[in-house]
Design a protein around this ligand. Sequence first.
Ligand code: COA
Ligand code: AMP
Length: 632
Amino acid sequence: MGQYLEQYKQSLDQPENFWAKAAEAIDWDQTWSNVLDDSQAPQYRWFAGAKLNTCYNAIDRHVANGRADQAALIYDSPVTGTKKTYSYQELLNEVSKLAGVLSSLGVTKGDRVLVYMPMIPEGVMAMLACARIGAIHSVVFGGFAANELATRINDAKPDVILSASCGIEGSRVIKYKPLLDGAIELSDHKPAYTVILQRPQEQAEMQDGRDVDWATAIANSTPVDCVSVDATDPLYILYTSGTTGQPKGVVRDNGGHAVAMMWTMKYLYNIEPGEVFWAASDIGWVVGHSYICYGPLLNGSTTVIFEGKPVGTPDPGAFWRVISEHKVASLFTAPTALRAIRKEDPDCLHLKKYDISCMRALFLAGERCDPDTLFWAQDNLQIPVVDHWWQTETGWAIASNCLGLEEFPVKPGSPTKPVPGYDVRFLGDAGEAVAAGEMGAIAIKLPLPPGTFPTLWQNEQRFRSSYLETFEGYYETGDAGYQDEDGYVYIMGRTDDVINVAGHRLSTGAMEEVIASHPDVAECAVIGVADNLKGQSPIGFAVLQSGAHRNDDDVAKELIALIREKIGPVAAFKVATVVKRLPKTRSGKILRGTMRSMADGVEHKVPATIDDPTTLGEITNNLKALGYPKSA
Ligand code: COA
Ligand code: AMP
């Protein structure tokens, strides 16, 4: 039996032994009474009774064990022309001072702290400082607008918000403080304090009594030590898109998370302590949590914080420069980033300028890796290119080629096989297993492995109804796909309203809620259509109120502006059109799937249940006017 199969079988047959062994890689303050507490099933808890501190495991123990002078964090910011390396000792100094600031503002174990930061070292320090004192961080991606931020403030109810005066998008300075002030204004919950890092590019206006200057607070801070927390205590809440405008607060615990992160660094990514691992994502996304912040640091490796883009900062060679300059052993990015590089530099002329022989593997996630992008990367890099499938909910990969275990041949379009810990099943509508090669809903037999989410923040009911009720005894992933005869899985798309735009997870349902709030709109539909660069992009269709005598183009422009204002630029909502009627079934269900097929130019059958087939004519005409289908 190969290494993979042996480990995979063990993880499913004897999960407690498997994960107890993996847990030896973590320093515990107190051992567990139960590796897996299933007394409240279907709610499972890993390492119940154990105590630890995640920040201690990510920093202090490495300082104590001879890594004090090793680089922990490399900050590379082409947009500000800055490069800076922090050793583990320096990171410890900074994080314990920031933890001291939080403590002095009254933050204690279990309190929430919201982090709204650009890609600068202080963002990672903020997360670790929270972990140090047992506070629960909730990082919000910088591309979200005030309204989205307010929704998260209301749900997480943070006592303190850590933020910066601005982010930098290419050459544009994005002022964060007005967005933050707007969000606090909009939300019912008000944080007692905000701590604002003034960046040289923008001086934020401060509000007396509430806003604290980051640098002054650090200068006056008394460093604090780690607080021991329960393995089952939450480390963070990360909001992700669901089917409505109310995002889901995915909770991550401390113990299971630390164990899973360590296991993946070794067995999935094959990264040794001391090596450099770069996840070119953002701390606002789950990839940033797991593999910019926690995974590499728990492992005693070096992480890279890159404040830039794959293209335009300054050119499509940016990734290759960072790899060669900082001796990156593995890069983790989204296929969309490679497509952006390929579009500007198809022959990889920029790549040829750099020696990237240090790089052993490229990992891709966030969306399905299309075979063209895979071949391009394989041809040009001549190293293993690993597409791996995961979700905010799981926090780490569900399917992957586990390079630290056994490398399998790659099948284009497949993220290879289920990772140890995940009992992945492909189910039909009645919950029956479908045959190899047949499409099904993808579910994971409970319990999920350590490091996945035990619940949604203060919403166990939604946790159960969203994920556990469709297939009893299984976690419903929301993805559909199939498994071939060799056990390779293929992820073909979502079964819900979630779309993936440039590796960013977004909800068309949330966009529909915003469009429907426009006073002239009677009803609407938003669909995700195929996009050569971003994977998918949203298109909105709106029907106007009968009394609204408005110019269609004006309304379309207003809808685009409204989504940008309410959800944020990250929604990349650039196309809207007004129609007289939406195609529906006789029972009133909008035929979004049919509209999507029409926009994508793929063959589709008009459902027999359609109420009025003539509605499709107007959709076809409007799509044509907007340039869809692209392939036509
Ligand atoms: N703060 C503020 N605005 C942001 C932002 C942030 N952190 N991130 C994105 N935006 C803005 C962008 O500036 C853009 O604004 P615009 O409409 O005014 O131009 C908008 O949101 C859409 O952004 P995006 O979809 O990212 O498009 P882009 O053209 O700026 O970049 C890519 C395209 C492919 C280069 C970029 O999306 C990318 O690198 N994606 C990879 C994502 C990733 O790593 N995902 C994590 C999974 S591993
Ligand atoms: P997120 O929660 O933002 O990580 O998005 C998770 C969703 O992105 C999954 O449910 C999938 O739909 C999609 N996804 C992520 N990685 C992959 C992949 N490697 N292949 C196919 N889809 C993916």
